[in-house]
Ligand binder design. Structure first.
Ligand SMILES: *Cc1c(COP(=O)(O)O)cnc(C)c1O
Length: 335
């Protein structure tokens, strides 16, 4: 597992490569038992924390590898982070996308200087192209979470948090593949062993939460969610994040789509912050009475890359379609 010195090295590396420290601000939800502090990873240049891990991973490649370029298959925040970090470090990036990914997303990635390669009809097809480029062209794959350098990069958040507030009692982390959680937990528990690590996921299709319950990595069916950045599997051959989360996470809380909807509304109307569903899971858990605070607690606001039409509907208290469900809109208090 990444040790504290590796995570301090990552912090130096990402600073040298233009990844800023993000603010930690007091939430209006403070005083519901304890102070709540919000870590604004929403303010990273690509709108999400994933720039930390991608920057650290690319910076640590051998010079000959960086010359051949990097490749990944994510359409979301990781793809943007890899594109941005590669450009910042003068490396070529190819992001592989299936035909199902909308052109607007492909254009956003191209605008960051990466080459987009359209392959096949599914994320699996895109991943196979990544593996082909690694095998045939010697390009380096940058995985979204299950990689030591990526985990160490995400862990730099914990160093910033505990330097700003050594009195933190708990950290609440949106949980998907577990790179964010594993990195923060490894660093935070090394610095302060009795700090509580709390993961929050949606209650349907949360691969890490289900794997932790099963005691081994399991496959889950992917379901649409307001917290769309938390979808996707952890890999049946998971190497790092499953074991780290199993050993370091104190509690996992599951929230419903209605609770995430209310969390997004609270983040906007109470804290005046624009953030995506994944970032609102801490608010969701607290407002639903599922999270017990024992002292100063940090929530990681992991990203802000919302679908604007959906976000506008949520803050207006209108119903939104999430897969086959209609969420919100009936009993929303006027803002
Ligand atoms: C990727 C992502 C997460 C989850 O991170 P993992 O390392 O996969 O657990 C949470 N929020 C946002 C905004 C993300 O992009």
């Amino acid at each position: 597992m990444p040790g504290l010195s590796q995570i301090y090295d990552a912090l130096r590396t990402i600073r040298e490569n233009g990844v800023p420290e993000t603010p930690l601000v007091r939430s209006e939800l403070s005083d519901r038992g304890a102070e709540v502090l919000l870590k604004l990873e929403t303010l990273q240049p690509t709108g999400a924390f994933k720039l930390r891990g991608a920057t650290n991973a690319i910076a640590r490649l051998a010079p000959y590898q960086r010359e051949r370029g990097v490749v990944c298959a994510s359409t979301g925040n990781h793809g943007r982070a890899v594109a941005h970090a590669a450009r910042a470090m003068g490396t070529r990036a190819i992001v592989c996308l299936s035909a199902l990914v909308p052109d607007t997303k492909a254009k956003a990635i191209e605008a960051l200087g990466a080459q987009v390669r359209r392959v096949g009809r599914s994320q699996d097809d895109a991943q196979r192209e990544v593996e082909r480029l690694v095998a045939e062209n010697g390009m380096a794959a940058v995985p979204p979470f299950d990689d030591e350098d990526v985990i160490a990069g995400q862990g730099t958040i914990a160093i910033e948090l505990l330097a700003a507030r050594p009195d933190l009692e708990a950290i609440v982390v949106p949980l998907s593949g577990g790179g964010l959680m594993a990195g923060i937990a490894a660093a935070a528990k090394a610095m302060k062993p009795r700090i509580r690590m709390i993961g929050v996921s949606m209650d349907r299709g949360a691969a890490m939460a289900e794997s932790l319950r099963a005691g081994r990595p399991v496959e889950t069916e992917e379901v649409a969610s307001l917290a769309d950045s938390l979808g996707g599997g952890i890999g049946l051959r998971n190497r790092h994040t499953f074991a780290l989360c199993r050993d370091l996470v104190d509690e996992v809380i599951l929230v419903t789509e209605d609770e995430i909807y209310r969390g997004m509304r609270s983040l906007f109307h109470d804290d005046r912050l624009v953030a995506e569903g994944a970032s609102a899971t801490g608010h969701a858990a607290l407002l639903a009475g599922k999270l017990e605070l024992s002292g100063p607690t940090a929530f990681i606001l992991s990203g802000r890359n919302v679908d604007m039409a959906q976000f506008a509907a949520v803050v207006a208290g209108e119903p939104v379609r999430v897969g086959d469900m209609s969420v919100g809109g009936q009993h929303e208090a006027p803002a």
